[in-house]
Design a protein around this ligand. Structure first.
Ligand code: ADP
Length: 896
C-alpha cells in the first residue's frame, strides 16, 4: 500500500502538498532538471559532431586513396619513358632504313611509319590525358611540347607520302627526331618530378586527413566514455533515490497503519480507495468491503449525508491550491453498528488544475466525541459559574441597598443626637458615630454603584444642566474638607463660563465629588484647583475638567491600575485616610457611561492631575426654558414645591410624583441651597430631607422660618421626609417649624395627603396601619431599587421573586390543607418570615404586611387555616402587579 497523501500534521501537509502539486515543482529540483538537460544536450551535440566529422574524414580518405589509385593507373611515368623507348625504336628503324639497300627498304620504311604513328598517338594521348595539365603548368614544358608537336606535324605528310620522299628525307628526319627526343626526355624528367611532387602532396594530404580522423575518433571515444560515466552516475543516483523512497514509503506505511488517527483515501469522485487500520476500527468496516463505495453515503447517517456532502464539495475546489490553509470540517458519521459519532475531518489531496476530476483526496479523521463531551461539560460549568457570579453580585447589590436605609437612619439619628444637649464626651462619641456611619454609608454606596456599573445598569437621565452651578456646588460641598486639611480649593474656567449643557447632573456631580474629595483628602496644606476647558473634536463639544492638586502624587507603576476596583495605595496620607479603593473605579465607569474618558498625570512628590473629558452638547432651548421655569416657579396650576434632598434618586422619585400630580417642582441638593432658593422664591410647599450634608433638615427649616436670604418662603408648608422619626424627635421637628413628617419609603397617597395638609401630622400615621391599607406595590420603593440596580438586574430579580412566591404560597397552601396543620406551623412561620423579607425589599407592601401578620399570628398561637388560606389571593394580586411592573410599566419609567 503506497500512500501518496500528505502526512498528518498541518505543517507537514503544507510542505508535502507542494511535492504532490503538479503545477508546483520545487525550486531545487527545477535547477537540477535544467542542469541535467543542458548536460544531455551538450553530450548529444558533441556525439553528433564527432560522428559527422568522422564520416566526412572517412569519405575524404576514401576519395584521396581513389585519387592515388588513378594516378598509378594513368601511369604517366611509364608513358613518358615508353615514348622515349618508342623514339629509340623509331630511330633504329630509320637507321636501318638508311643503311639498307633501296630494294629492301620498303618493309623498313613501313616499320618507320608504324613507329612514327605509335609516337604520334602517344603524344596525342599525352596531350589529352590528365597529366598534360600538370606538365603544361611550366612554360618551358609548353614550348618543348609545341616543338614536339611541330616535329610530328612537319613529318606527318612525309610519313603519309611516297617511300622515295621518305627515304630521301630520312637523314634530316633522323636528325630532327633526335632533337625531338631530347625535348621529350627533358619533358619526361620534368613531368616525373612534377608527378612525384604531386604524389608526395597527395600522400601528405591523406596523412593529414588520417591524423584528423584519428583525433575525431579519440574525441568520439572520450565523449562516449564521459556519457557512459554520467549514465552510470545517474543510474546510481536513481537507485539510491528509489531506495530512499522505498524506505520513506515503508516508514509512512508503518506510521499510517499504526497511527491512532483514521485516514481515508478517495478519488476525486469520493469513491473510497483506502482506509488505514485506525479508520477501519473507527467505522467497523474492513477496506476490502468498502473499496469503491461512495464515502459520504457509506460513512454518514442518511439524514445528514447530503448536507455534509454539500459542505465537502464546497471545500474541495480549494484543495491542494497554492496558499490554501488546510480544510477542516466537523461531520456527523456512523459506525457499522449504526452508532453515530462526531469527527473532525482534515482534507488534503492532489490537485490537477487541468483535470479537476483526476487526483486523490486524503481525509484525516479524528473521533471528537470526547472533545464534544468536554466542551459541553465546560459550557455547563461556565454557565453555573456565571450564574453563581450573578447570584453573588445580586446578593451584594440587594444587601448594599438593604444596608443603606438603616444606615441612613443611624446617621440621621446621630445627627439629630448631635443637635441635643450633650456632654463633651458624649458629643465626641456621637460625632465619631456620625462620621463612621457616613464613611460606612459611602462604602455601601460605592459597592452599590460598582455592582450596578458591572451589571451595565448605569441608567442616564440627561437633562439641561447649569454646569457652572453644578461645579460650584461640588466645590462648596468639599470646601470644609479642604479647609480641614489646610488646602485652598479654587475653580478656574479657562474658556469662560460653562453655561448650560445636556448631561446627567447626578453622574457628573458624583465623578467630580470623587475627584475633588480625593484631591483634598490626600493633600495637606497645599492647593486644589479645578480647571475647566471646552474642547471641540470630531464628535462634538467636550468638556475637560482637571482636578489639579499639590499632594503626594502617584507612583508611575501604580498609575496604570489606579482606576481598577479595590486599589488603594500606601503613599502619602492614603493609609491614614483609608477607603475602599472603589471611588476612582466608580468614576471611571460613570465617565464611560457618559460617553467620556478619565485619566491622570502625576509626578510622585509633585502632585496629581486627574482629568475627565465628557461630551457636553449644548442644552436644547426648550430644555433650558423648561428648567428656567422650574427655577422660578409660577405654575399655571398646582403648587410651587421645593424639594430639598441630597439623594438624587429620592429627588427624582419625589419630582416624578409631584409633577404627575400637576405641581411645579424645583430641586435643591442640600440645606444651604434650599435656604437660598426658599429665600429668593416664594414656594407653597417645601419638602425637606432631614439628614443632609452641610445643613440638616431641622436647621434648614429654622433658617427658612427665620426669613434667611430674603425670606420669600417663610410661611410655606414644610414637610420633613425622613427614614427615621422617633416619637421624641417629632417634637423637635415641630419646634423647628416642620408642619408634617413623611416616613420613607413614602407612598404617593401619603405624599399628596401631606402636601394638601389633609393628613394628620403625626408621623406614625404616615405608616400604613394595617395590611388592607398597604398599597399592593410600593412603587417608590420599587423605583428606587430599580434605579439603583438597573432595569436588567431588576427584571432577573423579579423573575426569582415570582418563582419564590409561587413556591412558598403553594407550600403554605399545602400546609393549610393538611389534616392537622399545627404540626407544620413551624415551617409555615419560617416560610412567611422569609417571603415577607423578599416582598418588603421589592415593594410588595400588602403581601409583606399580610405575611408578617400571619407570622405573628402563628407565633402568638392565633393562627388558623383561614389565616394561611388568606395569603393566596394577596399573592395572586401582587403577582399580577409585579408581572406588569416587570414587563416595563415601573422599571422603564424615565425622568421625563
Ligand atoms: P479610595 O479613595 O476610596 O481609597 P479611590 O479609587 O478613590 O479609592 O482611590 C484609590 C487610591 O488612589 C487612593 O487610595 C489613593 O491612594 C490614590 N489617590 C487617589 N487620588 C489621589 C490624589 N489626588 N493624590 C494622591 N493619591 C490619590
Amino acid at each position: 500500500m503506497i500512500w501518496i497523501g500528505p502526512p498528518r500534521s498541518p505543517s507537514l501537509r503544507v510542505r508535502s502538498s507542494v511535492s504532490v502539486t503538479m503545477n508546483g515543482i520545487p525550486q531545487s529540483s527545477l535547477a537540477g532538471t535544467i542542469a541535467r538537460r543542458i548536460r544531455l544536450g551538450v553530450t548529444v551535440v558533441l556525439l553528433v559532431g564527432f560522428v559527422v566529422t568522422t564520416g566526412a574524414l572517412l569519405w575524404d580518405v576514401r576519395t584521396k586513396l581513389g585519387g592515388l589509385r588513378r594516378a598509378s593507373t594513368d601511369n604517366a611515368i611509364w608513358m613518358v619513358t615508353q615514348s622515349e623507348v618508342e623514339f629509340l625504336k623509331l630511330q633504329n628503324a630509320m637507321q636501318m632504313a638508311l643503311t639498307t639497300l633501296p630494294e629492301r627498304r620498303a618493309p623498313l620504311l613501313a616499320e618507320v611509319r608504324r613507329r612514327f604513328d605509335v609516337i604520334y598517338n602517344r603524344v596525342t594521348i599525352l596531350e589529352e590525358g590528365p597529366i598534360y595539365a600538370q606538365v603544361t603548368q611550366r612554360e618551358e614544358n609548353v614550348a618543348r611540347l609545341e616543338k614536339l608537336r611541330r616535329f610530328l606535324t612537319e613529318y606527318t605528310p612525309l610519313i603519309d607520302g611516297e617511300d622515295a620522299a621518305l627515304a630521301e628525307a630520312m637523314p634530316r628526319f633522323l636528325n630532327d627526331s633526335r632533337e625531338a627526343q631530347d625535348h621529350l626526355r627533358i619533358l619526361s624528367i620534368g613531368t616525373l618530378t612534377t608527378l612525384n611532387n604531386a604524389a608526395e602532396a597527395q600522400r601528405q594530404s591523406v596523412f593529414d586527413t588520417l591524423m584528423r580522423l584519428g583525433l575525431a575518433m579519440s574525441g568520439l571515444v572520450i565523449t562516449l566514455s564521459v556519457s557512459l560515466a554520467m549514465l552510470r552516475q545517474q543510474t546510481l543516483r536513481t537507485r539510491s533515490q528509489a531506495e530512499s523512497i522505498r524506505l520513506a514509503n515503508a516508514r509512512l506505511d508503518t506510521v499510517i497503519s499504526t497511527t491512532g488517527e483514521g485516514i481515508i483515501v478517495t478519488d476525486r469522485m469520493g469513491r473510497i480507495q483506502d482506509l488505514n487500520p485506525a479508520a477501519e476500527a473507527m467505522f467497523g468496516h474492513a477496506i476490502a468491503e468498502v473499496r469503491g463505495r461512495d464515502a459520504v453515503s457509506f460513512l454518514c447517517p442518511p439524514d445528514v449525508a447530503e448536507t455534509q456532502r454539500a459542505a465537502i464539495l464546497k471545500a474541495l475546489p480549494r484543495l491542494g491550491g497554492p496558499d490554501e490553509p488546510p480544510i477542516r470540517l466537523e461531520l456527523e458519521t456512523q459506525r457499522a453498528d449504526g452508532e453515530r459519532f462526531p469527527i473532525e475531518l482534515s482534507l488534503a489531496g492532489t490537485h490537477d488544475a487541468e483535470n479537476p476530476r483526476k487526483g486523490i483526496v486524503v481525509g484525516f479523521l479524528r473521533d471528537i466525541s470526547e472533545r464534544r463531551r468536554t466542551e459541553r461539560a465546560l459550557a455547563r460549568a461556565l454557565e453555573d459559574a456565571q450564574a453563581g457570579e450573578r447570584a453573588k453580585a445580586d446578593f451584594l447589590a440587594v444587601m448594599s441597598h438593604e444596608m443603606r436605609t438603616p444606615l441612613n437612619g443611624m446617621v440621621g439619628a446621630a445627627e439629630l443626637l448631635a443637635n441635643t444637649r450633650l456632654t463633651r464626651d458624649q458629643r465626641h462619641l456621637v460625632e465619631a458615630l456620625e462620621s463612621s456611619g457616613r464613611l460606612l454609608l459611602g462604602h455601601v454606596n460605592a459597592v452599590l454603584d460598582i455592582t450596578a456599573a458591572q451589571a451595565g445598569a448605569i441608567t442616564l437621565h440627561p437633562v439641561a444642566v447649569d454646569v457652572d452651578r453644578l461645579l460650584a456646588d461640588c466645590i462648596a460641598n468639599q470646601e470644609p474638607a479642604a479647609q480641614a486639611n489646610g488646602n485652598t480649593l479654587s475653580l478656574r474656567n479657562l474658556t469662560g463660563p460653562l453655561g448650560r449643557a445636556e448631561t446627567d447632573p447626578a453622574r457628573l456631580g458624583q465623578i467630580m465629588l470623587n475627584l475633588i474629595n480625593n484631591a483634598v483628602k490626600f493633600t495637606r496644606n497645599g492647593s486644589v484647583t479645578v480647571e475647566t476647558e471646552y474642547q471641540e473634536d470630531a464628535a462634538g463639544r467636550l468638556l475637560e475638567i482637571r482636578v489639579v492638586d499639590t499632594g503626594p502624587g502617584i507612583p508611575h507603576d501604580e498609575q496604570a491600575h489606579i482606576f481598577d476596583e479595590f486599589v488603594t495605595l500606601e503613599t502619602g496620607y492614603a493609609r491614614q485616610e483609608g477607603g475602599t479603593g472603589l471611588g476612582l473605579a466608580v468614576a471611571r465607569r460613570l465617565a464611560e457611561a457618559l460617553g467620556g474618558e478619565i485619566g491622570l498625570e502625576s509626578e510622585p512628590g509633585m502632585g496629581s492631575v486627574f482629568w475627565v473629558r465628557i461630551p457636553m452638547p449644548l442644552a436644547r432651548a426648550a430644555d433650558s426654558a423648561a428648567s428656567a421655569d422650574e427655577r422660578t416657579g409660577a405654575p399655571p396650576s398646582g403648587r410651587r414645591i421645593l424639594v430639598i434632598e441630597d439623594n438624587s434618586i429620592n429627588r427624582f422619585i419625589l419630582r416624578k410624583h409631584l409633577v404627575a400630580a400637576g405641581h411645579q417642582v424645583v430641586e435643591a441638593a442640600d440645606g444651604v441651597e434650599g435656604v437660598a432658593l426658599a429665600g429668593a422664591t416664594p414656594f407653597d410647599v417645601i419638602l425637606t430631607d432631614i439628614s443632609m450634608p452641610r445643613l440638616n433638615g431641622v436647621d434648614t427649616t429654622r433658617q427658612i422660618r427665620a426669613g434667611a436670604q430674603g425670606g420669600a418662603s417663610k410661611g410655606a408648608r414644610i414637610i420633613a421626609v425622613t427614614a427615621h422619626a422617633l416619637p421624641d424627635e417629632l417634637a423637635s421637628f415641630r419646634a423647628a417649624g416642620i408642619d408634617d413628617v413623611l416616613i420613607k419609603p413614602i407612598s404617593n397617597a401619603a405624599l399628596q395627603g401631606a402636601i394638601d395638609g389633609t393628613m394628620d401630622a403625626r408621623a406614625a400615621d404616615r405608616r400604613p396601619p394595617a395590611a388592607t391599607q398597604a398599597p399592593l406595590i410600593d412603587e417608590v420603593r420599587l423605583h428606587e431599587l430599580c434605579n439603583e440596580l438597573g432595569p436588567g438586574r431588576i427584571a432577573g430579580l423579579l423573575d426569582r421573586v415570582l418563582g419564590e412566591g409561587d413556591a412558598t404560597i403553594a407550600r403554605i397552601a399545602d400546609i393549610a390543607a393538611l389534616p392537622d396543620p399545627p404540626e407544620n406551623w413551624d415551617e409555615a412561620q419560617r416560610l412567611c418570615h422569609t417571603l415577607a423579607g423578599t416582598a418588603g425589599t421589592f415593594g410588595a407592601a400588602r403581601l409583606a404586611d399580610a405575611l408578617r401578620q400571619a407570622e405573628i399570628a402563628i407565633k402568638t398561637g392565633h393562627a388558623d387555616r383561614l389565616t394561611l388560606a388568606g395569603l393566596a389571593p394577596v399573592w395572586s394580586d401582587t403577582r399580577a402587579a409585579l408581572v406588569a411592573d416587570r414587563s416595563g410599566e415601573v422599571i422603564a419609567l424615565s425622568p421625563d
